[in-house]
Design a protein around this ligand. Structure first.
Ligand code: BTN
Length: 269
């Protein structure tokens, strides 16, 4: 029989609530998707700040309309969850939303391990393989002009898992931090991530720019973008746009609908 996981719900709540009044933590054994659930609540007018964790998702979603598989059951080498999956719902009113997802990725890599890097816009990489992904969705808050409810979804691979159904080969946190299970990882990343969201709301992306560029897995690589552009990656600018030096000069890529890959498959990430 599986031992129930001991989640640090109270410790996370205590760390966050002084800066985020009304904040709650919810842990669910199973749900379709933590992002889908918080988006449902927001569309029903519920905009409370919340951390929603699921031990298992039955219909996890990724960026660009992709599925996100948690690697549960037979895919996992352990009876413990193969990944940590959670979403933070938070009302935010930044002057400019550009770069939010990059700041979220940076917060994760800085909380987790110095060996991790970021593939623009926000995938977390270890040695050319994807360790974590982020999906951010927002809903307007009609009664507060300028504010939106942001749903920031995070999936972090913890244990070895099959890469069969994944477009990118996976990495997992226990390669770097043996023995770290989902509750420990939640404690390590969630309060810091909420601080990052509040800092982003106050000051935008520019204070994160240099730190993102220090962790940029694409820096200096020749790239091919899904819109056909090619060029050499030159880091991100003060609003988080990817700078690509192409034959036409320095281009700035802002669309989260554009995907990016190194021109040579063997190039290191
Ligand atoms: C990506 O890499 O494309 C983004 C993956 C985001 C996955 C997380 S898991 C928790 C939250 N709920 C979802 O359905 N998706 C996000």
């Amino acid at each position: 029989m599986n031992t129930p996981l001991r989640w640090p719900a109270e410790a996370v709540w205590e760390a966050v609530v002084p800066d985020l009044p009304g904040f709650t933590v919810e842990i669910l054994p199973e749900i379709d998707s933590t992002n889908t659930e918080l988006m449902r609540r927001a569309r029903a007018g519920r905009f409370d700040p919340v951390l929603l964790v699921a031990e298992h998702q039955t219909a996890g979603r990724g960026r660009l309309g992709r599925d996100w598989h948690s690697g549960a059951g037979s895919e996992s080498a352990s009876s413990l969850p193969a990944s940590l999956t959670f979403s933070i719902g938070i009302p935010l009113a930044p002057r400019d939303w550009s770069g939010l997802s990059l700041a979220v990725g940076l917060s994760l890599v800085e909380s987790l391990h110095p060996a991790l890097s970021l593939k623009w816009p926000n995938d977390v990489y270890f040695q050319g393989r994807k360790l974590a992904g982020i999906l951010i969705e927002t809903v307007g808050i009609a009664e507060t002009p300028g504010a939106r409810y942001a749903v920031v979804g995070v999936g972090i691979n913890l244990h070895t898992r099959s890469g069969d159904r994944l477009a990118t080969p996976p990495a997992w946190l226990q390669e770097l931090l043996p023995g770290m299970e989902a509750p420990d990882v939640l404690q390590r990343v969630a309060p810091a991530l909420i601080q990052t969201l509040k800092a982003f709301e106050r000051s935008g992306f520019s204070p994160f720019q240099a730190r993102f560029n220090a962790r940029d897995a694409l820096a200096g690589l020749d790239l091919v973008l899904s819109d056909g552009m090619t060029g050499r990656a030159q880091g991100v600018d003060e609003v988080g746009a990817l700078q690509v030096l192409s034959a036409q000069g320095l281009q700035k890529v802002t669309s989260s609908e554009v995907s990016v890959r190194p021109a040579q498959k063997s190039a290191p990430l």
